[in-house]
Design a protein around this ligand. Structure first.
Ligand code: ADP
Ligand code: MG
Length: 704
């Protein structure tokens, strides 16, 4: 149904062809509806007028409003550097208003000896209070402000600002827009749901989000819009999940047979933890229902997820199906392959390794045997996704450290079959509850919340670069005692050159401090060939070298129980979950392990908070909650980072946890009553569900 909201933005007064193109390019605003849903990111109390003298004291860089008289104008510089300055004052002091661009336009409009309300971001420039490109309005025009006391501040871009579409310009457009669309906004939530949850109507909410008359009305508007967004997502997710669990084409693994039992009774060198047993039970239940399993397995590094995966793969083998284990890096694939073939030694099940660097001849042979059903367990990297990798009867897919795989890649795994294989996604990055509800809401979740017995908590310390001698002394004592040490350097794509320099410098000074023949060093980083890396890893693993100097390539999954010290250089540059992952590389044996965080003296507030948290706790769940808070929502809400197929416009998964939970509950209630939303009273909800589920279908819900 065509609506005014679908009309192109260029027809709105104040826009036109050129600005329309800019709005689309810069902000993705193409239609009137897009603009209506372009919300302010903050609000300024326009009833509050600051005194110039007061701003100096209390204000950082947020927007303020002053009431001033223009005393005179001046110019500075020439050519491109030319600037136009208005000298203004109020009874408390003076300020300068600066323009670098659009000078002609401003010049023509401002007059001396008249009073203006000036709105902008104050800065101290040459010890004078100044505002760059402020918004100006004559006081006499301000008297009848139609739209309440709080004025929305819209985010904008430089290109837009240069075309009179600064935050105020966009605000003006929204003012022009409102009368045109007010009448066509149709309610999206049934009245009973609004009433039960105290939600204002959509029209009121959209009005108040742009033009709130009070903080109270703003809160109500936000609440309603956030609820709608999160509720729509939940309806989509839970519907997909309902569809999956009502279809009956999942493979059945009813039998516990020879492969599983031989491993369990003859090979397993230790007792499973209670948590491991519970998860295996959960998977067994899932695979006995006839529905396809879609399960997320969370467990801290070293908690024994891979072992659970192996046992489940053997279960698949017992029932006549092939499995595959997909991991993000070649090193990790190689390690898994080595440990799994170790475990399978003397047993019948056959495993193979396939990565990008598998030789052509070997590859051909593997592919043939795979298609003939002679390989039971295939371990590999992204290479497994290639078209020509064809299984005889793939029944079970394990994806390790899922955050490194995109949504797309995950989806491709089950186009390999007519029937979808069971999926187990394993992650060591704990996902806070509300985030899991939203991102993985259609997955069942298993948690391994217990480490194998005998592990001692890792001791974490923070040292400044100036305390390096103490660090070296400590490393020597540990090596003396027969232990091994990792030294890890950050590698960030944007500053790769500098990072490698740090790595090389670090390597140099460590080799000076730990000279041959007493000490041997391994080095592994991204600029090495696969063989070189392999060799470095191998030597360290076999204890031929005592120190492993590396970039974060070892971040995922290296298993050297004799390594007890993890030194993280420039720790302030790592994210919290990365730090925690790295720390998980030690503490795998029975010896006391240590993580040493090295940093410069100067730390940002966030960096200090991350480091303090690491020193304080080993609990991955607590760290991930904190991480979510520190990073704010922007990071996580982004499609790219989260693997989420849509962007949130207003809700935040980290801040609005209560609304996430509420919307989940309400969605569950509605869907229990009417799973397909077919009842007349749920017509609106079916629409809402579809709005939020079309794009999401590429995710775990491949079933339509
Ligand atoms: P994750 O994949 O969760 O990081 P792994 O499965 O790689 O953990 O296990 C880490 C280490 O602990 C491995 O060396 C593994 O053999 C060992 N391990 C796993 N489960 C147990 C257990 N129940 N008891 C003792 N050691 C275990
Ligand atoms: Mg692992």
């Amino acid at each position: 149904m065509a609506s005014v909201l679908d009309n192109g933005i260029k027809y709105l007064s104040g826009v036109g062809e050129r600005r329309a193109a800019l709005l689309e390019r810069e902000l993705g605003i193409r239609t009137l509806g897009d603009l209506l849903y372009y919300f302010p990111f903050r609000y300024v109390d326009r009833t509050r007028i600051y005194r110039i003298a007061d701003i100096r004291q209390e204000h950082g860089s947020s927007y303020v409003q002053i009431r001033v008289r223009i005393q005179g104008f001046s110019y500075q510089g020439a050519g491109a550097k030319r600037r136009f300055i208005a000298h203004v004052s109020d009874e408390s002091g003076t300020a300068e208003l600066l323009w670098f661009k659009g000078i002609k336009w401003v010049e023509k409009r401002l007059e001396t000896d008249r009073d203006y309300i000036v709105f902008g971001r104050p800065t101290l420039f040459r010890n004078r209070l100044s505002m760059v490109h402020p918004e100006m309005e004559l006081v006499e025009r301000m008297v009848n402000r139609p739209n309440g006391a709080l004025q929305g501040v819209y985010s904008t871009t430089e290109a837009l600002s240069e075309n009179q579409l600064g935050t105020k310009g966009i605000y003006n457009l929204v003012c022009n827009l409102w009368p045109l669309v007010e009448g066509v906004i149709t309610e999206t939530l049934p009245e009973r749901i609004r009433r039960a949850n105290g939600l204002v109507g959509l029209r009121e909410a959209l009005h108040d989000i742009h033009f709130p008359s009070s903080p109270q009305s703003l809160r109500q508007a936000e609440y309603r819009l956030k609820f709608e967004e999160l509720f729509g997502i939940q309806l989509g997710i839970l519907s997909r999940r309902a569809t999956r669990t009502t279809r009956n084409d999942g493979f059945l693994f009813p039998r516990v047979g020879r492969h599983f039992n031989d491993f369990y009774f003859k090979k397993l060198p230790f007792e499973l933890t209670q948590a491991q047993k519970r998860v295996i039970r959960e998977i067994r239940q899932d695979t006995a229902t006839g529905h396809q399993m879609n399960r997320l397995l969370q467990g801290d590094v070293g908690s024994g997820k891979t072992l659970v995966a192996l046992m489940t793969m053997l279960l698949a083998v017992d029932n006549g199906y092939q499995s595959c284990l997909m991991v993000p890096t070649e090193i990790l694939a190689g390690q898994h392959y080595a440990s799994i073939t170790g475990f399978l030694d003397g047993l019948e099940a056959k495993a193979a390794l396939l990565t990008g660097s598998t030789r052509l001849r070997d590859r051909r042979e593997i592919l043939d045997r795979l298609a003939a059903g002679e390989i039971d367990i295939l371990i590999g990297t992204h290479a497994l996704l290639e078209e020509r990798v064809q299984f005889a009867n793939l029944g079970f897919v394990v994806i390790d450290e899922q955050h490194r795989f995109g949504v797309e890649q995950r989806a491709r795994m089950w186009t390999k079959n007519m029937r979808p294989p069971h999926i187990l996604v394993m992650t060591a990055t704990p996902i806070p509850r509300t985030l899991a509800m939203t991102l993985y809401g259609d997955l069942d979740v298993s948690v391994i919340d217990e480490l194998p017995p005998g592990r001692k908590p890792i001791v974490t310390r923070h040292l400044y670069d100036s305390q390096r001698l103490a660090l070296y002394g400590f490393m020597k004592r540990q090596i003396e005692a027969g232990r091994q040490v990792y030294v890890v350097y950050p590698l960030i794509k944007e500053s790769e050159k500098m990072d490698y320099k740090d790595l090389y410098d670090g390597y140099e000074s460590i080799s000076r401090e730990f000279p041959l023949p007493k000490y041997c060093l391994s080095a592994v980083h991204g600029r090495m060939s696969a063989e070189e890396k392999e060799e470095g890893m191998r030597a360290f693993k076999n204890g031929e070298t005592q120190i492993m100097v590396a970039t974060s390539v070892i971040e995922v999954g290296v298993d050297v129980p004799n390594a007890t010290v993890m030194v993280i250089e420039s720790a302030e540059r790592f994210g919290l979950s990365q730090l925690h992952q790295l720390r998980g590389r030690v503490g795998r044996g029975s010896e006391q392990s240590y993580c040493i965080l090295m940093s410069g003296e100067k730390l940002s507030r966030e960096a200090r908070a991350r480091i303090d948290a690491m020193v304080e706790t080993n609990d991955g769940f607590r760290l991930s909650e904190l991480d979510l808070k520190l990073r704010g929502s922007g990071d996580i809400n982004g499609t790219r980072q989260s693997g989420m197929a849509f962007d949130l416009k207003i809700a935040s998964l980290s801040r609005d946890t209560a609304i996430v939970e509420l919307s989940r509950r309400v969605a569950e209630e509605v869907l229990t009553e009417d799973p397909r939303l077919e009842k007349h009273e749920n017509l609106l909800l079916a629409k809402l569900r579809d709005r939020f589920s079309t794009s999401g279908d590429t995710d775990f819900g491949m079933i339509s």
